[in-house]
Design a protein around this ligand. Structure first.
Ligand SMILES: Cc1cc2nc3c(=O)[nH]c(=O)nc-3n(C[C@H](O)[C@H](O)[C@H](O)COP(=O)(O)OP(=O)(O)OC[C@H]3O[C@@H](n4cnc5c(N)ncnc54)[C@H](O)[C@@H]3O)c2cc1C
Length: 470
Protein backbone atom coordinates (compact mmCIF):
# COMPACT_ATOMS: atom_id res chain seq x y z
CA UNK A 1 0.00 0.00 0.00
CA UNK A 2 1.26 3.41 -0.83
CA UNK A 3 0.86 6.72 0.93
CA UNK A 4 0.95 9.96 -1.03
CA UNK A 5 3.95 12.27 -1.06
CA UNK A 6 3.96 14.91 1.65
CA UNK A 7 1.74 17.79 0.53
CA UNK A 8 3.58 21.12 0.46
CA UNK A 9 1.26 23.35 2.46
CA UNK A 10 3.61 26.05 3.77
CA UNK A 11 2.66 29.52 2.59
CA UNK A 12 0.32 28.39 -0.20
CA UNK A 13 -2.78 30.47 -0.92
CA UNK A 14 -6.26 29.48 -2.06
CA UNK A 15 -5.90 28.78 -5.74
CA UNK A 16 -7.39 31.53 -7.83
CA UNK A 17 -9.42 32.96 -4.97
CA UNK A 18 -6.72 34.51 -2.83
CA UNK A 19 -8.52 32.98 0.15
CA UNK A 20 -7.59 29.68 1.71
CA UNK A 21 -10.15 26.98 2.43
CA UNK A 22 -11.61 26.73 5.89
CA UNK A 23 -11.56 23.99 8.46
CA UNK A 24 -13.92 23.79 11.41
CA UNK A 25 -11.48 24.20 14.27
CA UNK A 26 -11.95 23.94 18.02
CA UNK A 27 -15.39 25.02 19.24
CA UNK A 28 -16.60 24.88 15.61
CA UNK A 29 -14.69 28.04 14.63
CA UNK A 30 -13.54 28.01 11.03
CA UNK A 31 -9.79 28.07 10.68
CA UNK A 32 -8.23 29.30 7.47
CA UNK A 33 -5.65 26.87 6.14
CA UNK A 34 -3.57 27.00 2.99
CA UNK A 35 -4.76 24.99 -0.01
CA UNK A 36 -2.97 21.65 0.05
CA UNK A 37 -0.66 21.33 -2.90
CA UNK A 38 -1.20 17.59 -3.13
CA UNK A 39 -4.62 17.27 -4.67
CA UNK A 40 -6.67 14.47 -6.16
CA UNK A 41 -9.77 14.51 -8.32
CA UNK A 42 -11.48 12.74 -5.45
CA UNK A 43 -10.77 11.70 -1.89
CA UNK A 44 -12.73 8.86 -0.34
CA UNK A 45 -12.68 8.66 3.45
CA UNK A 46 -12.94 5.15 4.92
CA UNK A 47 -11.90 1.90 3.22
CA UNK A 48 -14.95 -0.12 4.25
CA UNK A 49 -17.12 -1.61 1.49
CA UNK A 50 -18.66 1.79 0.62
CA UNK A 51 -15.31 3.55 0.33
CA UNK A 52 -13.60 0.85 -1.70
CA UNK A 53 -16.55 0.63 -4.11
CA UNK A 54 -16.50 4.43 -4.59
CA UNK A 55 -12.73 4.49 -5.12
CA UNK A 56 -12.89 1.55 -7.53
CA UNK A 57 -15.56 3.22 -9.64
CA UNK A 58 -13.65 6.55 -9.76
CA UNK A 59 -10.29 4.94 -10.55
CA UNK A 60 -11.87 2.88 -13.34
CA UNK A 61 -13.26 6.11 -14.80
CA UNK A 62 -9.67 7.39 -14.99
CA UNK A 63 -9.70 9.82 -12.06
CA UNK A 64 -7.00 10.26 -9.46
CA UNK A 65 -8.42 9.08 -6.15
CA UNK A 66 -7.07 8.66 -2.63
CA UNK A 67 -8.74 6.16 -0.29
CA UNK A 68 -7.90 7.24 3.26
CA UNK A 69 -8.29 4.70 6.07
CA UNK A 70 -7.56 5.08 9.77
CA UNK A 71 -6.77 1.39 10.29
CA UNK A 72 -3.38 -0.12 9.44
CA UNK A 73 -5.12 -1.93 6.55
CA UNK A 74 -8.68 -1.91 5.16
CA UNK A 75 -10.97 -4.05 7.27
CA UNK A 76 -8.70 -4.09 10.31
CA UNK A 77 -11.15 -1.99 12.35
CA UNK A 78 -14.41 -3.25 10.90
CA UNK A 79 -17.10 -5.26 12.68
CA UNK A 80 -20.26 -6.93 11.42
CA UNK A 81 -22.30 -10.07 11.96
CA UNK A 82 -21.01 -12.10 9.10
CA UNK A 83 -23.02 -12.30 5.84
CA UNK A 84 -22.26 -10.47 2.61
CA UNK A 85 -24.93 -10.44 -0.11
CA UNK A 86 -22.67 -10.17 -3.11
CA UNK A 87 -24.85 -9.70 -6.19
CA UNK A 88 -24.17 -5.95 -6.31
CA UNK A 89 -20.54 -6.89 -6.95
CA UNK A 90 -21.53 -8.35 -10.36
CA UNK A 91 -21.24 -4.81 -11.74
CA UNK A 92 -17.94 -3.98 -10.04
CA UNK A 93 -15.97 -7.23 -10.06
CA UNK A 94 -17.32 -9.68 -12.65
CA UNK A 95 -17.23 -13.28 -11.38
CA UNK A 96 -16.32 -11.91 -7.94
CA UNK A 97 -17.17 -15.26 -6.36
CA UNK A 98 -14.05 -16.77 -7.91
CA UNK A 99 -11.83 -14.28 -6.06
CA UNK A 100 -13.63 -12.98 -2.96
CA UNK A 101 -12.39 -14.41 0.36
CA UNK A 102 -15.53 -16.32 1.32
CA UNK A 103 -15.91 -18.62 4.31
CA UNK A 104 -19.17 -20.39 3.41
CA UNK A 105 -22.02 -19.87 0.96
CA UNK A 106 -25.29 -19.43 2.84
CA UNK A 107 -27.61 -22.20 1.69
CA UNK A 108 -29.83 -22.32 4.76
CA UNK A 109 -31.68 -19.44 6.44
CA UNK A 110 -33.63 -19.67 9.65
CA UNK A 111 -35.80 -17.22 11.55
CA UNK A 112 -36.21 -18.13 15.22
CA UNK A 113 -38.93 -16.57 17.36
CA UNK A 114 -38.12 -17.08 21.00
CA UNK A 115 -39.20 -16.69 24.59
CA UNK A 116 -36.88 -17.71 27.44
CA UNK A 117 -38.23 -21.28 27.29
CA UNK A 118 -39.63 -21.67 23.76
CA UNK A 119 -38.46 -21.31 20.16
CA UNK A 120 -40.30 -21.51 16.85
CA UNK A 121 -38.03 -21.75 13.81
CA UNK A 122 -38.82 -21.18 10.16
CA UNK A 123 -36.12 -23.09 8.31
CA UNK A 124 -35.47 -22.69 4.59
CA UNK A 125 -32.70 -24.15 2.47
CA UNK A 126 -31.92 -23.92 -1.22
CA UNK A 127 -29.22 -25.76 -3.09
CA UNK A 128 -29.36 -23.00 -5.74
CA UNK A 129 -27.79 -20.66 -3.16
CA UNK A 130 -24.74 -22.94 -3.12
CA UNK A 131 -24.01 -22.31 -6.80
CA UNK A 132 -22.82 -19.30 -8.80
CA UNK A 133 -23.85 -16.50 -8.77
CA UNK A 134 -24.69 -17.34 -5.12
CA UNK A 135 -26.99 -15.47 -2.76
CA UNK A 136 -25.08 -14.78 0.44
CA UNK A 137 -21.69 -15.65 1.87
CA UNK A 138 -20.10 -15.55 5.28
CA UNK A 139 -16.77 -13.74 5.23
CA UNK A 140 -14.38 -12.15 7.71
CA UNK A 141 -14.28 -8.37 7.28
CA UNK A 142 -10.50 -8.23 7.64
CA UNK A 143 -10.32 -10.46 4.53
CA UNK A 144 -13.27 -9.09 2.58
CA UNK A 145 -12.58 -5.37 3.02
CA UNK A 146 -8.87 -5.83 2.27
CA UNK A 147 -9.79 -7.73 -0.91
CA UNK A 148 -12.23 -5.07 -2.16
CA UNK A 149 -9.76 -2.26 -1.37
CA UNK A 150 -7.08 -4.17 -3.29
CA UNK A 151 -9.44 -4.20 -6.31
CA UNK A 152 -9.64 -0.39 -6.05
CA UNK A 153 -5.87 -0.18 -5.73
CA UNK A 154 -5.42 -2.40 -8.81
CA UNK A 155 -7.65 0.02 -10.72
CA UNK A 156 -5.36 2.90 -9.71
CA UNK A 157 -6.68 4.25 -6.40
CA UNK A 158 -4.01 5.34 -3.88
CA UNK A 159 -4.65 3.75 -0.49
CA UNK A 160 -3.55 5.85 2.48
CA UNK A 161 -3.68 3.62 5.58
CA UNK A 162 -3.06 4.47 9.27
CA UNK A 163 -4.40 7.96 8.65
CA UNK A 164 -7.26 9.50 10.61
CA UNK A 165 -9.26 12.16 8.82
CA UNK A 166 -9.85 14.86 11.40
CA UNK A 167 -11.88 17.35 9.38
CA UNK A 168 -13.26 18.61 6.14
CA UNK A 169 -11.57 21.52 4.40
CA UNK A 170 -14.05 23.96 2.94
CA UNK A 171 -13.62 26.86 0.57
CA UNK A 172 -14.93 30.38 1.14
CA UNK A 173 -18.29 29.38 -0.34
CA UNK A 174 -18.56 26.42 2.04
CA UNK A 175 -17.89 23.73 -0.55
CA UNK A 176 -15.65 20.80 0.37
CA UNK A 177 -12.17 21.17 -1.09
CA UNK A 178 -10.24 18.52 0.80
CA UNK A 179 -9.55 16.89 4.13
CA UNK A 180 -7.34 17.43 7.15
CA UNK A 181 -5.60 14.34 8.52
CA UNK A 182 -3.57 13.48 11.60
CA UNK A 183 -0.41 13.12 9.52
CA UNK A 184 2.29 15.66 10.25
CA UNK A 185 2.12 16.66 6.57
CA UNK A 186 -1.61 16.96 7.07
CA UNK A 187 -3.98 18.15 4.41
CA UNK A 188 -5.07 16.72 1.06
CA UNK A 189 -7.07 18.61 -1.53
CA UNK A 190 -9.76 17.26 -3.85
CA UNK A 191 -12.47 18.44 -6.24
CA UNK A 192 -14.88 16.06 -4.54
CA UNK A 193 -14.83 14.30 -1.16
CA UNK A 194 -16.85 11.13 -0.54
CA UNK A 195 -17.49 10.42 3.14
CA UNK A 196 -17.62 6.64 3.71
CA UNK A 197 -16.42 6.86 7.30
CA UNK A 198 -19.17 4.66 8.70
CA UNK A 199 -21.91 5.09 11.30
CA UNK A 200 -21.83 8.37 13.19
CA UNK A 201 -19.91 9.92 10.30
CA UNK A 202 -17.69 12.64 11.59
CA UNK A 203 -17.52 14.30 8.17
CA UNK A 204 -21.28 14.24 7.53
CA UNK A 205 -21.83 15.70 10.99
CA UNK A 206 -19.26 18.41 10.39
CA UNK A 207 -21.05 19.27 7.16
CA UNK A 208 -24.30 19.57 9.15
CA UNK A 209 -26.00 16.68 7.31
CA UNK A 210 -27.35 14.94 10.44
CA UNK A 211 -30.25 15.62 12.75
CA UNK A 212 -27.97 14.88 15.70
CA UNK A 213 -30.73 15.36 18.29
CA UNK A 214 -32.56 12.18 17.24
CA UNK A 215 -29.68 10.02 16.11
CA UNK A 216 -29.47 7.88 19.26
CA UNK A 217 -33.10 6.78 18.87
CA UNK A 218 -32.22 5.25 15.49
CA UNK A 219 -28.96 3.61 16.41
CA UNK A 220 -28.39 0.12 17.76
CA UNK A 221 -25.34 -1.47 19.32
CA UNK A 222 -24.25 -4.74 17.73
CA UNK A 223 -22.13 -7.06 19.84
CA UNK A 224 -20.64 -10.24 18.54
CA UNK A 225 -18.65 -13.20 19.77
CA UNK A 226 -16.61 -15.34 17.41
CA UNK A 227 -16.51 -18.89 18.73
CA UNK A 228 -14.11 -21.50 17.41
CA UNK A 229 -15.49 -24.95 16.56
CA UNK A 230 -14.01 -27.70 14.39
CA UNK A 231 -15.27 -27.64 10.81
CA UNK A 232 -16.80 -31.13 10.97
CA UNK A 233 -18.68 -30.24 14.19
CA UNK A 234 -20.18 -27.18 12.47
CA UNK A 235 -21.16 -29.29 9.44
CA UNK A 236 -22.86 -31.88 11.61
CA UNK A 237 -24.59 -29.46 14.02
CA UNK A 238 -25.93 -27.18 11.34
CA UNK A 239 -26.73 -29.87 8.76
CA UNK A 240 -24.42 -28.58 6.04
CA UNK A 241 -21.43 -29.88 4.10
CA UNK A 242 -18.57 -28.60 1.95
CA UNK A 243 -18.76 -24.80 1.77
CA UNK A 244 -22.47 -24.61 2.72
CA UNK A 245 -23.36 -22.29 5.58
CA UNK A 246 -26.23 -21.16 7.78
CA UNK A 247 -27.70 -17.78 8.69
CA UNK A 248 -30.02 -17.63 11.73
CA UNK A 249 -31.88 -14.45 12.70
CA UNK A 250 -33.64 -14.34 16.07
CA UNK A 251 -36.46 -12.31 17.56
CA UNK A 252 -37.23 -12.28 21.29
CA UNK A 253 -33.65 -13.14 22.23
CA UNK A 254 -32.62 -9.84 23.76
CA UNK A 255 -34.10 -9.90 27.26
CA UNK A 256 -36.88 -7.44 26.40
CA UNK A 257 -34.50 -4.82 24.97
CA UNK A 258 -35.60 -3.86 21.44
CA UNK A 259 -33.29 -5.65 18.99
CA UNK A 260 -32.54 -9.12 17.69
CA UNK A 261 -30.04 -11.94 17.67
CA UNK A 262 -27.97 -13.64 14.97
CA UNK A 263 -25.81 -16.70 14.43
CA UNK A 264 -23.72 -17.36 11.31
CA UNK A 265 -21.37 -20.19 10.41
CA UNK A 266 -17.85 -19.61 9.17
CA UNK A 267 -15.57 -22.44 8.10
CA UNK A 268 -14.09 -23.13 11.53
CA UNK A 269 -15.96 -20.71 13.77
CA UNK A 270 -19.41 -19.33 14.37
CA UNK A 271 -20.44 -15.72 14.92
CA UNK A 272 -23.16 -15.14 17.49
CA UNK A 273 -24.45 -11.86 18.78
CA UNK A 274 -27.21 -9.38 19.42
CA UNK A 275 -28.23 -6.00 18.15
CA UNK A 276 -29.66 -3.72 20.87
CA UNK A 277 -31.50 -0.41 20.58
CA UNK A 278 -29.51 2.22 22.47
CA UNK A 279 -32.42 3.83 24.36
CA UNK A 280 -33.68 0.38 25.50
CA UNK A 281 -30.20 -0.74 26.48
CA UNK A 282 -29.72 2.45 28.51
CA UNK A 283 -33.04 1.95 30.31
CA UNK A 284 -32.42 -1.73 31.03
CA UNK A 285 -29.05 -0.94 32.64
CA UNK A 286 -27.70 -4.30 31.49
CA UNK A 287 -24.36 -5.22 29.99
CA UNK A 288 -24.56 -6.39 26.35
CA UNK A 289 -22.21 -9.31 27.04
CA UNK A 290 -24.70 -10.62 29.65
CA UNK A 291 -27.41 -10.64 27.00
CA UNK A 292 -25.15 -12.60 24.62
CA UNK A 293 -24.40 -15.02 27.49
CA UNK A 294 -28.15 -15.44 28.07
CA UNK A 295 -28.68 -16.09 24.35
CA UNK A 296 -25.96 -18.75 24.33
CA UNK A 297 -27.64 -20.44 27.30
CA UNK A 298 -31.07 -20.54 25.61
CA UNK A 299 -32.24 -24.16 25.21
CA UNK A 300 -32.49 -23.75 21.40
CA UNK A 301 -29.04 -22.19 21.07
CA UNK A 302 -26.95 -23.93 23.75
CA UNK A 303 -26.59 -27.18 21.74
CA UNK A 304 -25.32 -25.16 18.75
CA UNK A 305 -22.51 -23.45 20.69
CA UNK A 306 -21.61 -26.25 23.10
CA UNK A 307 -17.85 -26.67 23.56
CA UNK A 308 -17.01 -23.64 21.42
CA UNK A 309 -14.05 -21.49 22.41
CA UNK A 310 -14.35 -17.69 22.48
CA UNK A 311 -11.72 -16.21 20.17
CA UNK A 312 -12.96 -12.65 19.66
CA UNK A 313 -15.42 -10.17 21.13
CA UNK A 314 -16.36 -7.05 19.18
CA UNK A 315 -18.96 -4.29 19.22
CA UNK A 316 -20.04 -1.58 16.81
CA UNK A 317 -22.95 0.81 16.24
CA UNK A 318 -25.52 0.29 13.46
CA UNK A 319 -27.67 3.06 11.91
CA UNK A 320 -31.16 1.51 11.83
CA UNK A 321 -33.50 4.43 11.18
CA UNK A 322 -34.04 3.56 7.53
CA UNK A 323 -35.64 5.74 4.86
CA UNK A 324 -37.47 8.07 7.25
CA UNK A 325 -34.30 9.13 9.02
CA UNK A 326 -31.68 9.41 6.31
CA UNK A 327 -29.29 12.36 6.59
CA UNK A 328 -28.59 14.76 3.75
CA UNK A 329 -26.57 12.85 1.14
CA UNK A 330 -25.15 15.57 -1.11
CA UNK A 331 -23.42 18.90 -0.57
CA UNK A 332 -21.13 21.15 -2.59
CA UNK A 333 -18.11 18.98 -3.35
CA UNK A 334 -19.32 16.33 -0.90
CA UNK A 335 -21.16 12.99 -1.09
CA UNK A 336 -21.98 10.59 1.76
CA UNK A 337 -22.38 6.81 1.28
CA UNK A 338 -22.82 3.57 3.24
CA UNK A 339 -23.37 3.65 6.99
CA UNK A 340 -22.16 7.26 7.00
CA UNK A 341 -25.38 7.95 5.10
CA UNK A 342 -27.34 5.58 7.42
CA UNK A 343 -28.07 3.33 4.44
CA UNK A 344 -27.80 0.03 6.34
CA UNK A 345 -31.04 -1.91 5.85
CA UNK A 346 -32.07 -3.30 9.23
CA UNK A 347 -35.60 -4.56 8.82
CA UNK A 348 -36.33 -7.68 10.84
CA UNK A 349 -35.44 -10.69 8.72
CA UNK A 350 -33.04 -8.49 6.71
CA UNK A 351 -29.80 -7.11 8.08
CA UNK A 352 -28.04 -5.92 4.96
CA UNK A 353 -25.42 -3.26 5.36
CA UNK A 354 -22.45 -4.36 3.28
CA UNK A 355 -24.37 -4.64 0.00
CA UNK A 356 -26.07 -1.27 0.61
CA UNK A 357 -22.64 0.19 1.36
CA UNK A 358 -21.15 -1.25 -1.82
CA UNK A 359 -24.15 -0.09 -3.87
CA UNK A 360 -24.24 3.44 -2.50
CA UNK A 361 -20.44 3.74 -2.68
CA UNK A 362 -20.47 2.60 -6.29
CA UNK A 363 -23.20 5.11 -7.21
CA UNK A 364 -21.41 7.90 -5.32
CA UNK A 365 -18.24 7.11 -7.28
CA UNK A 366 -20.20 7.05 -10.54
CA UNK A 367 -21.96 10.36 -9.83
CA UNK A 368 -18.67 11.97 -8.76
CA UNK A 369 -16.95 10.75 -11.94
CA UNK A 370 -19.75 12.21 -14.08
CA UNK A 371 -19.57 15.54 -12.20
CA UNK A 372 -15.78 15.66 -12.59
CA UNK A 373 -16.13 15.00 -16.32
CA UNK A 374 -18.57 17.90 -16.63
CA UNK A 375 -16.39 20.12 -14.42
CA UNK A 376 -19.23 20.79 -11.97
CA UNK A 377 -18.86 19.27 -8.52
CA UNK A 378 -21.33 21.64 -6.88
CA UNK A 379 -24.35 20.18 -5.08
CA UNK A 380 -26.34 20.53 -8.32
CA UNK A 381 -23.55 18.91 -10.32
CA UNK A 382 -23.53 15.92 -7.93
CA UNK A 383 -27.32 15.53 -7.83
CA UNK A 384 -27.07 12.48 -10.11
CA UNK A 385 -26.10 10.51 -6.98
CA UNK A 386 -29.64 10.71 -5.59
CA UNK A 387 -31.09 9.73 -8.97
CA UNK A 388 -28.82 6.69 -9.15
CA UNK A 389 -29.76 5.66 -5.60
CA UNK A 390 -33.47 6.08 -6.30
CA UNK A 391 -33.23 4.07 -9.51
CA UNK A 392 -31.57 1.15 -7.70
CA UNK A 393 -32.26 -1.23 -4.83
CA UNK A 394 -30.57 1.16 -2.40
CA UNK A 395 -33.36 3.67 -2.00
CA UNK A 396 -36.09 1.50 -3.59
CA UNK A 397 -35.74 -1.15 -0.86
CA UNK A 398 -35.40 1.46 1.88
CA UNK A 399 -38.51 3.24 0.66
CA UNK A 400 -40.54 0.05 0.40
CA UNK A 401 -39.46 -1.08 3.86
CA UNK A 402 -39.63 2.37 5.48
CA UNK A 403 -42.15 1.34 8.16
CA UNK A 404 -40.41 -1.94 9.04
CA UNK A 405 -37.56 -0.72 11.29
CA UNK A 406 -40.14 1.03 13.51
CA UNK A 407 -42.37 -2.05 13.52
CA UNK A 408 -39.54 -4.46 14.31
CA UNK A 409 -38.24 -2.37 17.20
CA UNK A 410 -41.74 -1.67 18.56
CA UNK A 411 -42.72 -2.79 22.04
CA UNK A 412 -45.40 -5.19 20.69
CA UNK A 413 -43.05 -6.88 18.24
CA UNK A 414 -40.29 -7.19 20.79
CA UNK A 415 -42.06 -8.19 23.99
CA UNK A 416 -45.57 -9.38 23.13
CA UNK A 417 -45.59 -11.11 19.73
CA UNK A 418 -42.81 -13.66 20.37
CA UNK A 419 -44.66 -15.04 23.43
CA UNK A 420 -48.03 -14.93 21.66
CA UNK A 421 -46.71 -16.74 18.57
CA UNK A 422 -44.87 -19.39 20.59
CA UNK A 423 -47.95 -20.03 22.78
CA UNK A 424 -50.20 -20.33 19.71
CA UNK A 425 -47.83 -22.87 18.16
CA UNK A 426 -47.51 -24.71 21.45
CA UNK A 427 -51.32 -24.75 21.68
CA UNK A 428 -51.52 -26.32 18.22
CA UNK A 429 -49.17 -29.13 19.20
CA UNK A 430 -50.27 -29.62 22.83
CA UNK A 431 -52.29 -32.83 23.06
CA UNK A 432 -54.97 -31.91 25.57
CA UNK A 433 -56.91 -35.20 25.74
CA UNK A 434 -59.58 -35.67 26.95
CA UNK A 435 -60.27 -31.98 26.10
CA UNK A 436 -60.72 -31.59 22.32
CA UNK A 437 -58.16 -29.58 20.35
CA UNK A 438 -58.78 -25.83 20.40
CA UNK A 439 -59.29 -24.12 17.03
CA UNK A 440 -56.77 -21.62 15.70
CA UNK A 441 -59.18 -18.72 16.27
CA UNK A 442 -59.60 -19.72 19.92
CA UNK A 443 -55.83 -20.00 20.33
CA UNK A 444 -55.32 -16.60 18.73
CA UNK A 445 -57.91 -14.84 20.92
CA UNK A 446 -56.76 -16.61 24.06
CA UNK A 447 -53.08 -15.85 23.55
CA UNK A 448 -53.60 -12.31 22.29
CA UNK A 449 -55.44 -11.63 25.57
CA UNK A 450 -52.76 -13.42 27.61
CA UNK A 451 -49.98 -11.30 26.07
CA UNK A 452 -51.89 -8.01 26.08
CA UNK A 453 -52.20 -7.78 22.29
CA UNK A 454 -55.26 -6.01 20.88
CA UNK A 455 -56.50 -7.71 17.70
CA UNK A 456 -56.85 -4.27 16.10
CA UNK A 457 -53.12 -3.58 16.68
CA UNK A 458 -52.25 -7.05 15.44
CA UNK A 459 -54.17 -6.42 12.20
CA UNK A 460 -52.54 -3.01 11.76
CA UNK A 461 -49.04 -4.40 12.33
CA UNK A 462 -49.81 -7.31 10.00
CA UNK A 463 -50.83 -4.85 7.28
CA UNK A 464 -47.68 -2.76 7.81
CA UNK A 465 -45.60 -5.93 7.51
CA UNK A 466 -47.43 -7.04 4.38
CA UNK A 467 -47.11 -3.59 2.79
CA UNK A 468 -43.37 -3.73 3.52
CA UNK A 469 -43.10 -7.10 1.84
CA UNK A 470 -44.82 -5.50 -1.15
C1 LIG B 1 -22.84 -6.48 14.91
C2 LIG B 1 -23.13 -6.11 13.48
C3 LIG B 1 -23.64 -7.08 12.63
C4 LIG B 1 -23.84 -6.78 11.29
N1 LIG B 1 -24.18 -7.79 10.44
C5 LIG B 1 -24.23 -7.56 9.12
C6 LIG B 1 -24.36 -8.65 8.23
O1 LIG B 1 -24.34 -9.82 8.59
N2 LIG B 1 -24.45 -8.35 6.90
C7 LIG B 1 -24.38 -7.08 6.43
O2 LIG B 1 -24.46 -6.88 5.20
N3 LIG B 1 -24.22 -6.03 7.27
C8 LIG B 1 -24.13 -6.24 8.60
N4 LIG B 1 -23.90 -5.20 9.45
C9 LIG B 1 -23.84 -3.83 8.91
C10 LIG B 1 -22.53 -3.58 8.16
O3 LIG B 1 -21.45 -3.90 8.98
C11 LIG B 1 -22.42 -2.11 7.74
O4 LIG B 1 -23.63 -1.68 7.17
C12 LIG B 1 -21.28 -1.92 6.74
O5 LIG B 1 -20.06 -2.28 7.31
C13 LIG B 1 -21.21 -0.47 6.25
O6 LIG B 1 -20.08 -0.31 5.43
P1 LIG B 1 -19.38 1.13 5.30
O7 LIG B 1 -18.29 0.97 4.31
O8 LIG B 1 -20.42 2.14 5.06
O9 LIG B 1 -18.82 1.44 6.74
P2 LIG B 1 -17.73 0.67 7.60
O10 LIG B 1 -17.69 -0.76 7.25
O11 LIG B 1 -18.02 1.02 9.02
O12 LIG B 1 -16.36 1.32 7.15
C14 LIG B 1 -16.01 2.63 7.51
C15 LIG B 1 -14.51 2.76 7.34
O13 LIG B 1 -14.13 4.10 7.60
C16 LIG B 1 -12.97 4.10 8.41
N5 LIG B 1 -12.98 5.39 9.13
C17 LIG B 1 -13.91 5.83 10.01
N6 LIG B 1 -13.62 7.07 10.43
C18 LIG B 1 -12.48 7.42 9.80
C19 LIG B 1 -11.67 8.58 9.83
N7 LIG B 1 -11.99 9.64 10.57
N8 LIG B 1 -10.53 8.60 9.07
C20 LIG B 1 -10.19 7.54 8.29
N9 LIG B 1 -10.93 6.40 8.23
C21 LIG B 1 -12.06 6.35 8.97
C22 LIG B 1 -13.15 2.88 9.32
O14 LIG B 1 -11.93 2.44 9.87
C23 LIG B 1 -13.74 1.89 8.32
O15 LIG B 1 -12.75 1.19 7.61
C24 LIG B 1 -23.66 -5.46 10.80
C25 LIG B 1 -23.17 -4.47 11.67
C26 LIG B 1 -22.88 -4.80 12.99
C27 LIG B 1 -22.31 -3.75 13.88
Amino acid sequence: MTAPQAPQTEGAQGAGTGVGPQHAGPAGRAVRVPVPQQTFDAIVVGAGPAGSAAALELARAGHSVALVERGPYPGSKNVYGGVVYGRILDELVPRWWEHAPVQRWVTRRQTMIMTPTQAMTVDFRSQAWGEAPYNGATAHRADFDAWLAAEAEKAGAVIVPSTVVTGLLTGPDGSAVGIRTDRPDGDLGARVVIACDGVNSFLAKQAGFYDAAHQVEHTTLGVKETLRLPREVIDERFGVSGREGVDIEMLGATGGIPGGGFLYTNLESISIGVVLGLPGLGKAERRPEDIVAELKAHPAVAPLVRGAELVEYSAHLIPEGGYKHLPQLIGDGLLVAGDAAALCLAAGIWLEGVNFAIGSGMYAGRAAAAALRRGDTSKAGLAGYRTLLEGSFVLADHKKLRDIPGLVLSERMQTRYPGMICDIVQGLFDVTNPTPKPGLRTLLRRNARKHGVKLRDLARDGLTGLRGLG
